[in-house]
Write a protein that binds this ligand. Structure first.
Ligand code: CUA
Length: 160
């Protein structure tokens, strides 16, 4: 079979490029230990909103102060709301977010921060951040989840 010289060169280049990518993948994975993000833990979406699950507690109890200035909050996503909808913390607080969904896939993006993750039923997304700037920051769902997707948001209030 005759293959044009340039076509052959491009085929070699394509294969060489694949080999380089495979090598880069192997090096990042084995030498640097870089992994695809994994859920913090797994939960059953059918029972996640029922006590003793922390996402089944009344909204007022979902934000807990673990020690002075350190908080954790359990946020549940569902069509088309986050609960609790408003979280109020003093300035300088460190907050660990545990977020999951009880129905379908949602998203969680906190305005003016790099906090941004998927909210998947059965999986818990966890992230810790410190809030030094007072103000009201919206967190929004950024995965299209149906008719009222655009109304799915909440607020983090950082008080002076
Ligand atoms: Cu939830 Cu879009």
């Amino acid at each position: 079979m005759h293959i044009d010289r340039y076509e052959r060169l491009f085929m070699y280049a394509a294969v060489a490029l694949l080999a380089v990518f495979m090598l880069a993948l192997a090096v990042s994975s084995f030498a640097y230990g870089i992994r695809v993000p994994r859920p913090y833990e797994r939960v059953d979406p059918r029972t996640v909103a029922t006590p003793p699950s922390p996402w089944g507690l009344p909204e007022a109890e979902r934000l807990r102060e673990l020690s002075p200035g350190k908080y954790e909050v359990y946020i549940l996503g569902q069509m088309w709301q986050f609960t609790p909808k408003t979280i109020t913390i003093p300035r300088g607080s460190e907050v660990t977010f545990y977020v999951t969904s009880r129905d379908i896939q949602h998203g969680f993006k906190l305005q003016d921060t790099n906090i941004n993750f998927m909210v998947v039923p059965g999986e818990v997304s966890k992230l810790t951040a410190t809030f030094d700037t007072p103000g009201t920051f919206n967190f929004i769902c950024h995965e299209y989840c149906g008719t009222l997707h655009h109304t799915m948001f909440g607020q983090l209030v950082v008080e002076e």
